[in-house]
Design a protein around this ligand. Sequence first.
Ligand code: SAM
Length: 219
Amino acid sequence: MADRHAHEAHGDVADLFTQQTWDARYAESDRIWSGRPNARLVEQANGLTPGTALDVGAGEGADAVWLAGRGWDVTALDVSEVALGRVRAHAVEAGVGERVHARHHDLMTGEPLPGGFDLVSAQYLHPPAERFVEIMGLLGGSVRQGGLLLVVGHHPDDVTSGVRAGHGHPELLFTPNKVVAALPTEEWEIRVAESPTRTVDTADGPVTYTDTVVLAARR
Ligand SMILES: C[S@@+](CC[C@H](N)C(=O)[O-])C[C@H]1O[C@@H](n2cnc3c(N)ncnc32)[C@H](O)[C@@H]1O
């Protein structure tokens, strides 16, 4: 999951979205995330009929591999080639290499994403505040009519509660309302807009985080 990087997010905000930054971060170690799928994805996608899925900002591919293991055909997009190499390797290791397609895409170019997906998932992808609506529009544009958009992120309450008190760019964290406001009501039916908490064991003891979870169906 994305907790470690949210704590480390300091410096020029534009640098947080470049291939150079993320290739360097991923190259710091063989594996920077846990390898387990994100709990919010598992909660929301568990009961869905498998189809085609797009994982945007897929990282090392744990979510893509989990979805593929449940029968989904998954396209995993990321700006980092180092991460994409791990997505491919993990998918092959897990025996789902044929159902996971790792593709390079830089969201900051503003170019449209591939379209027609049954499910588009963005987990702990925190776009620059001034481009938030545009990026939500790009994600939504990839969902087929009747398909689902799942957006999960770190909630701003984490800053005020102190668990992310040292976050360098608190403006990147977002509420469910911010996501909902970016999705035109004539186009989207909101199924879930919640702020659940989760407790994670850390070296300093248990820490409780608040997530933003929005699941929307395209009309
Ligand atoms: C906080 S990580 C989350 C990774 C994964 N979804 C997870 O939950 O473990 C954010 C991901 O977004 C990717 N990313 C950052 N900027 C991007 C951009 N401009 N275009 C596409 N992906 C980007 C990073 O490489 C990274 O893998």
